[in-house]
Design a protein around this ligand. Structure first.
Ligand code: URA
Length: 201
């Protein structure tokens, strides 16, 4: 099967899982985005509302941070592929006393991540990247034996799970939750370390 057809087959598998998923609430799904094959693959957690609307990973609030730091180290979107560990948008629906309901994102459950593990590995093999950059704990724990992002961010590791080099980074939305100057500095340093790492691969 050629690459185009393999991508179509991956999309059909994702669609099939999402359309038949009944264990919890979800709000749409997306596939990965960017050229295949590609030397640089970024993997996030799960899409949010804007990502589903625009059918593209990292275009919402976290995406704005992501784009900013990509620009900082001169990486262009057209030269990378971006995907997620969980291809659907996990949501929670809160009913309030006045009968109104509000929808928000939730972290994907381990069982939800497992649903997509084979597909994610298929996508990785098709993309065949020289390096995978994991954004946050969810892809990190799915693709490596690292226990936490705090221990291994900002350095290249070889993951036997995927048989590839992985560069763990904090999730771009962590900047929204942790507003300390120390953290921001650490986060920026990781992007410069990534720039260096990309020059060596
Ligand atoms: N956060 C993610 O982890 N992935 C997206 O695609 C968007 C936000």
């Amino acid at each position: 099967m050629d690459i185009e057809n393999q991508l179509i087959s991956i999309e059909e598998e994702i669609k099939n899982i999402c359309e038949n998923y009944t264990d919890d609430n979800i709000g749409g799904w997306i596939t990965g985005h960017g050229s295949v094959p590609c030397d640089i693959l970024f993997i996030g957690e799960a899409p949010g509302k804007t990502e589903v609307e625009e059918k593209t990973p990292f275009v919402g609030m976290a995406g704005k941070n992501f784009e900013h730091y990509l620009n900082l180290i001169n990486i262009k979107r057209e030269n990378i592929r971006v995907t997620n560990t969980c291809y659907f948008r996990p949501i929670k629906i809160k009913e309030s006393a006045n009968g109104r309901s509000s929808i928000s994102n939730r972290t994907p459950k381990t069982s939800e991540i497992s649903l997509f593990k084979d597909i994610l590995y298929k996508e990785i093999n098709l993309v065949d990247p020289k390096i995978i950059i994991t954004l946050g704990n969810i892809p990190l724990k799915t693709l490596t034996d690292c226990k936490s992002i705090g221990e291994c961010h900002g350095k290249i590791i070889f993951s036997k799970k995927v048989n590839r080099y992985v560069f763990p980074m904090y999730h771009p939305s962590s900047l929204t939750y942790n507003r300390s100057e120390d953290f921001k500095q650490k986060y920026i340093e990781d992007w410069y370390k990534l720039k260096e790492a990309l020059e060596t691969i």
